[in-house]
Design a protein around this ligand. Sequence first.
Ligand SMILES: C[S@@+](CC[C@H](N)C(=O)[O-])C[C@H]1O[C@@H](n2cnc3c(N)ncnc32)[C@H](O)[C@@H]1O
Length: 279
Amino acid sequence: MDSSNISFTALYTGHVWFEHGMSARFFTSPRSSIMYNAMKPFEYFSKKVVGVNLRDLLLQRHLIMDHRIRQLIENEGVTQIIEIACGLSPRGYTFSKEYPNLRYVEADLPGMASRKKSLLEEEGGLADNHEVVTCNFFESGAPSGLDYVLQEVLDTSRPTIIITEGLINYFDLDTISGVWSQMQSLSSVFPNAWYLTDLMPRLKHSAAYKYVRIGEKLIGKIARADVNLHYSGNQEIFDGFQACGFSETTVHQPEDYYDTLPIPQSRSESVVRVVEAKV
Ligand SMILES: C[S@@+](CC[C@H](N)C(=O)[O-])C[C@H]1O[C@@H](n2cnc3c(N)ncnc32)[C@H](O)[C@@H]1O
């Protein structure tokens, strides 16, 4: 399956992180800046009228994931992270500096992986504990297959977190569930492993739902890909991940963190979830 067309949306997300003090300027570009400014009226309208917008969703998911990653490093002894479909995520850059004993592997399709590597190299941003590799989770074998990257590139003796962000809703549930089941079974080689991802459920009861559908179509057009909303709520998400073989699943909702993390608050029910699934 060729899913390279969705790399484009990573530019916008990367710019949002930068504008909110979560990333470095060298991850932005004139194109990302144009996208960011062009989206401002939509973001404003959406927040004003619907109570949620794409920008808040991007910040909510990223901050909750960062928070859980720190907790897993500090309390559960995680010493290795792989961020699949890393795009322009600043995490490899920031976490590898913040935790010198952590090994951080960023992975993406060849085009994005080489772009990321060049950006980091130009800034002297690749430390000994930080690397960028190619990965296509629909492939198997060297050099980019999911099996090869998880079991040969990674150190299988280390407690590990596997991350995907901003990716899942571009695939239908059958397709992505197949990837999750494979990821779960391949990750049983680690002493402990967690999979952390965000996803947007199909919250038909939510006041924001009809606007989410409009946003879904808009993003689908920009990314030239279908956007799929999976599961109708937290219980279905839990059941879905358990059915893929994960032993413990926790669904984090932005509202749970309004009092403890500096995350933007939605006026209506938030539309993104962070799923933490233990292998
Ligand atoms: C929408 S972007 C998300 C990037 C980043 N994680 C973020 O939150 O902005 C999707 C990323 O997935 C990568 N990607 C698409 N299909 C993939 C696949 N089959 N295997 C690995 N990465 C893939 C793209 O190259 C792109 O960088």
